[in-house]
Design a protein around this ligand. Structure first.
Ligand SMILES: [Mn+2]
Length: 335
């Protein structure tokens, strides 16, 4: 049997659904995991072919993960498909499909393209949209196979519905969802998903005005600390848009480790956030990872103020155009 290890977000679910469309993998078992849990979850299996999708390699566990993959790949097929930063040293017998510019779903779609049904492009698009990575040449080409508004409605049902269904402990429901998608259904066919999505969207819309009253604007950045519990990336987008600053940050004090904070950062795609934020986080005694426009950091709480000050004063912001204000873009010239 094959085991598919994947992430429990929209991108990860679509990766697994695509793979299970292939006859060879239709009985594969889907194991939902995350970077910090991958080593533990890999240790719990034996004697299977594996495909791992959309899971970043946690630097602190890199050596033991690579050792396990090496051991498995000497005897079984091991395919690693991912789009997060990847440390060197992936064992040579592992088929390593890696590109940081596109979604994991797109990589799965392209790797298995010859074995997929023609309608797999629909699920490929949904996974890419859920990870904000539908701007690649292939996805831009495929968008025209469908109708944009309908496509985004389905992607919205998936991303928002997973706010509830994607919680840990709902693994059986998620496996059913993967099964439905791999048999030709889309999110709008699945009542439990659409209902959860509508409830989540209503709750988000209700929280938005309150959150917009609470954030702090600096010269180049806008940030909020310990907002009501909901998607941090969504809050980061809201305060980014509302403030018109270059980046938006959501800071959360960890419940289990009060001396640490997690920071979710989003920008306008004019800057590659990886080129300067991880270095600052490391200087503060923390760590960081992510994509060009989506970075997460964990740093000691005591260095938070300094981190924000260094970031706000960073020279990288001097070299880019300011974000235009809405008012600048409003005026019309009558003909
Ligand atoms: Mn992803």
């Amino acid at each position: 049997m094959t085991i598919i290890f994947t992430h429990l977000d929209g991108d990860g679910v679509c990766c697994a659904a695509l793979i299970k469309m292939i006859p060879k993998y239709q009985d594969a078992y889907v194991y939902f995991t995350h970077p910090a849990g991958l080593k533990h979850d890999l240790s719990s299996i034996s004697g299977d072919d594996i495909v791992i999708c959309d899971i970043a390699i946690d630097l602190r566990k890199q050596q033991s993960i690579y050792a396990l993959l090496e051991q498995f790949s000497n005897e079984f097929s091991v395919i690693y498909i991912d789009h997060h930063a990847q440390p060197d040293g992936m064992p040579t017998n592992v088929v390593n499909i890696h590109d940081q510019n596109v979604s994991a779903t797109e990589l799965v779609y392209r790797f298995f393209y010859d074995q997929l049904p023609s309608w797999a492009d629909h699920i490929a698009l949904l996974g890419a949209i859920c990870d904000y990575l539908d701007n690649s040449p292939l996805m831009q080409r495929l968008v025209h196979h469908y109708e944009r508004r309908t496509l985004f409605l389905d992607a919205g049902f998936l991303a928002q519905g997973l706010k509830k269904l994607g919680r840990r402990g709902h693994y059986e429901k998620l496996r059913n969802l993967v099964q439905e998608f791999s048999s030709g259904k889309v999110p709008s066919d699945i009542k439990e998903l659409t209902q959860a999505a509508i409830a989540a969207t209503k709750a988000d819309n209700k929280k938005r005005p309150k959150i917009l009253e609470q954030y702090v604007s600096e010269k180049n950045i806008a940030w909020i600390q310990d907002p009501p519990s909901m998607s941090h990336s969504k809050i980061a987008h809201w305060i980014l848009g509302n403030s018109g600053k270059h980046i938006g940050l959501v800071i959360r004090t960890l419940n289990s480790k009060r001396q640490l904070v997690d920071i979710t950062i989003r920008g306008w795609r004019k800057l590659d956030l990886r080129t300067f934020i991880p270095a600052i986080a490391m200087k503060m005694g923390g760590s960081a990872g992510g994509h060009a426009n989506a970075v997460g950091c964990r740093i000691p709480q005591k260095n938070l103020k300094l981190f924000l000050r260094i970031l706000d004063g960073h020279e990288v912001f001097n070299g880019i155009e300011p974000v235009p204000s809405v008012e600048e873009l409003i005026p019309l010239k009558p003909n």
